[in-house]
Design a binder for this molecule. Structure first.
Ligand code: PLP
Length: 399
């Protein structure tokens, strides 16, 4: 007999954070916060004030008032709250895809005598596509890891592919399908032992899993802000470059915002010596403000408390899915998983469609996976319980 979801919600120290979000949909359970997080009430207010008073009232003066520095100030705030990154190494910019492109070039440039980029075949499509195109552009070779989806990239799997040709390794901290959480410090150390540098994609971990980039001596990292950070659709991504690499990190989209003096309008380009060198063009101010509000909510809750709730939510979901008797492809050891639980079903698409019809929004991933995303600040145990009850009804006739 499982614990009642209402007892779990009553004992949840983060339960009140749900009220800090706009929840006026008609859903029984929103289990897709790992694709698009909910809207914080503070963001609704902040953007209304921004549009009316800052854009409407200050016009071009807004840049000098505060907007010019937002990519760096929001980056520092995000780095401190979510990434274990000291100031001056994180900047908010572009999309994750564009940031990966920039980092692949910057990272490859640090190892000119080496010609291989290592990435796993289980990685997110955009990461794989960009590795392919940057490798082709630079005359490099891609070395593909073929790990088991659930165990994912272990130190043994990675070590077998590393060598004196390895320039760069690209890894996702949490696998977007299985939810497997990789050993970021251990794998980073293995990459360094081979003389290479690593780019960590934090899209599915930041905001749900504690991260210590400085302590692990990570070289580069990237991530999006619209999943667990709740920055909203299309909110800008972030880039982390370790201070020790900053002077040598050359990204290819050298626009005026990455120049040493933004307003000098000089004849020739000279890179900013600071993390601003990772910028390119005019930043999306509304998106930056939304990211700031999302980061502040997580900082207020505390990343450790967020992780504790996340582990409890995923454990509860696994327990309920086990009772239904469905296959789970997410690691059962909480230390080895992020904040979503993935179910494998031969009719996954039909199951996902029927769940949506019944007010439960999961995520379908080709060909046979259903992801249940559990957002620590907004998902309640009651939601998980209701979703599991409906899942059991939905799979029964499908068999
Ligand atoms: C969500 C996600 C992305 C998204 O990239 P965009 O450029 O924001 O579309 C990239 N990588 C991973 C691992 C993701 O989970």
């Amino acid at each position: 007999m499982t614990t009642s979801p209402h007892e779990l919600d009553a004992a949840d120290p983060l339960a009140s954070f749900r009220d800090r979000f706009v929840i006026d949909d008609d859903l029984v359970a929103y289990l897709d916060g790992n694709s698009l997080g909910r809207l914080p009430r503070a963001t609704l207010e902040r953007l209304a004030v921004f549009v009316r008073e800052e854009w409407g009232g200050r016009l071009i003066r807004g840049w000098a008032d505060s907007w010019v520095d937002l990519p760096v100030t929001v980056g520092d705030e995000l780095g401190a709250a979510l990434l274990g990154a000291a100031a001056g190494q994180t900047v908010v910019a572009d999309s994750t895809s564009v940031c990966i492109y920039k980092l692949l070039h910057a990272a490859s440039g640090l190892r000119p005598g080496r010609d291989e980029i290592v990435i796993d075949a289980t990685n997110f499509p955009t990461d794989r596509y960009l590795v392919d195109s940057v490798a082709a552009a630079r005359g490099m070779t891609v070395r593909w890891l073929e790990p088991d989806l659930v165990e994912n990239v272990t130190i043994e799997v990675l070590a077998a592919a590393l060598g004196d040709r390895t320039a760069v390794v690209v890894l996702s901290h949490v696998d977007y399908r299985s939810g497997t959480l990789l050993d970021l410090p251990g794998l980073t150390a293995a990459v360094h032992a081979a003389g290479a540098v690593v780019i960590w994609d934090l899209c599915h971990s930041a905001g749900a899993v504690p991260i210590e980039l400085d302590a692990a001596e990570v070289d580069f990292a990237v991530g999006c802000t619209y999943k667990y950070v709740n920055g909203g659709p299309g909110a800008p991504a972030y880039v982390y470059v370790a201070r020790r690499h900053l002077a040598e990190a050359h990204q290819p989209i050298t626009g005026w915002w990455s120049a040493a003096d933004l307003f000098a309008m000089s004849d020739t380009y000279e890179s900013s010596p600071t993390i601003r060198r990772m910028l390119s063009g005019t930043p999306p101010v509304a998106g930056l403000l939304a990211v700031q509000e999302g980061v502040r909510l997580i900082a207020e809750a505390g990343v450790e408390a967020v992780r504790t709730k996340s582990e409890a939510l995923t454990a509860y979901a696994i327990e309920l899915v086990d009772e239904i008797g469905l296959e789970i492809v997410t690691p059962r050891d909480p230390a080895l998983r992020g904040s979503h639980v993935t179910v494998r079903h031969p009719d996954a698409r039909a199951v996902a469609d029927r769940l949506v019809e019944r007010g439960v929004v999961p995520d379908f991933r080709e060909p046979d996976l259903i992801r249940l995303g559990l957002s620590p600040l907004t998902t309640s145990f009651a939601e998980v319980s209701a979703a599991a009850r409906i899942l059991a009804e939905v799979v029964a006739p499908i068999g």
